[in-house]
Design a protein around this ligand. Sequence first.
Ligand SMILES: Cc1ncc(COP(=O)(O)O)c(C=O)c1O
Length: 373
Amino acid sequence: MAGLRPFKLERHFALHEFSVKHNLAASDCEPLSQAGLLELADEGTRRLWDELRLGYTESQGAPFLRDEIAGLYRDTGPDDVLVCAPVEGIFLVMNGLLESGDHVICAFPGYQALYEVARSMECDVEMWPADERQGWRFDPKWLEDHVRPDTRLIVTNFPHNPTGWLPGAPDLARVVEVASAASALLLSDEMYRFTERDPANTLPAACDLSDRAVSLGGMSKAFGMPGARIGWLATRDPGIIERLRTVKDYTSICSSAPGEVLATIALKSKEKILERNMALIEKNLERLDYFFDKHPSLFYWDRPAAGTVAFPRLLGGHDAAGLCEGLAREAEVLLLPSQVFDYGAEHVRFGFGREGLDEALLALEKYIVTHGL
Ligand SMILES: Cc1ncc(COP(=O)(O)O)c(C=O)c1O
């Protein structure tokens, strides 16, 4: 085993997330309070909560939760779902479906687990680069040119972290076709689904488009519940579900009992929660547009079509890690430098799903002025 290298983004957050005043890098929407969520419970789910026993739960996930999850898909049913923590899902897919030496293609830059776990298993991981000049497009033509007869897995993440890029439905359909034609599995990380600025642009889930695709979804981002630690894998291939279940016996066995009930309550009220969260994102994006308009020589900003994060280019030769370090130390503002994505030194990740963005931008502005940036 090559071994898992440190997860740079998570280590960066571990160092700063709970000590800085202004988190301007977070990728979740403003977390819900438990009390606020329980107010949304109907009679049945309120009873589930009040009568909850803290025993082990069904390994595949509570049936009432899997029913709600299946409601997010067109052709994927409750038995096609395995509940897990979101990042655990990536681990399950790679440990369950890959072997050393397998050829894997992964969208890059990206969330490190999406390529690191495969790399640690000594797979041959090839990066599919985003094209910044095309607004961070992942061109399916690149995929067509690089997929091989022995490609075992293609890993995508749309809407994309860290760029917020969202393909059009034809691009996604081509990705699915390329994977199918090569008999490759597709791991489609859809953690940022439902954060599209225009809900009409919400993509079909990969698991509905192909029975060789596994969609990863979860409550952490659009629903603002990362602390519930509830996500899921969805695929219409029963053999794959069985394989993933087998690996879960070695990671968490079953998911958190309170988390499952809380996620069920949230999914039953998804319109209300998403409306609240998207309104905050829209307001925050207007503030960011204004902020970046004022600093055209420091940042290149292209408002993303989806997601809760963006990855503007830093202009003027500034080093992203140096800027973020100074900001955290002096201004108590947290941004993520592109170095944590192993992607050079010229980009920073901004998050815009949280409350407090105005205050964070004021502190950032003050730092910029003080340092003559
Ligand atoms: C693309 C992507 N996938 C998976 C995850 C994992 O989600 P969680 O932290 O809730 O396990 C994240 C979290 O940031 C992410 O950005």
